[in-house]
Design a protein around this ligand. Structure first.
Ligand code: HEM
Length: 109
């Protein structure tokens, strides 16, 4: 079965960019231990768009859904209920879903 890619597209006002990157810099780091997780990248826009992309790749849809219903919630509500609610750095978000049709990695040796 081909892997799937889930990209969270974040609209981030110019003045919030640093806040967003700082938050990701201190992210929970629990996604790495999620079953079926394959890859994560936070992509900063340089040209052609001003939206940040949170790129994730998963073995299958089930492993992504299991993360969304579990660790994802904790990873986004850190500091528990009594923590001062942080103003979201992003002004909006959209989820894009893809299936990996073709891929290539650098040839070894
Ligand atoms: C309302 C929508 C969302 C917003 C505003 C948002 C924002 C954020 C922020 C600010 C962080 C950094 C850590 C923190 O501050 O807690 C984070 C972590 C993360 N987000 Fe989201 N997020 C959203 C939904 C999603 C969705 C749908 C995905 C699926 C691709 C996703 C993937 C991730 C991943 C993989 C991390 C790192 C978690 C870890 O380290 O374990 N986010 N998100």
């Amino acid at each position: 079965m081909p892997s799937i890619v889930k990209i969270n597209v974040l609209t981030v006002p110019e003045e919030q960019r640093e806040v967003l990157e700082k938050r990701f810099a201190s992210r929970a780091g629990s996604v790495e231990n999620s079953d079926g997780f394959e890859w994560f990248e936070l992509l900063r826009p340089v040209e052609g768009t001003d939206q940040y992309l949170v790129y994730t790749r998963w073995r299958d849809e089930e492993s992504f859904q299991a993360w969304m219903e579990g660790p994802m919630k904790a990873a986004h509500q850190r500091g528990g209920d009594d923590a001062p609610q942080q103003k979201p750095a992003a002004a909006g978000s959209t989820l894009w879903s893809f299936e990996v049709v073709q891929q290539a990695a650098p040839q070894q040796g």
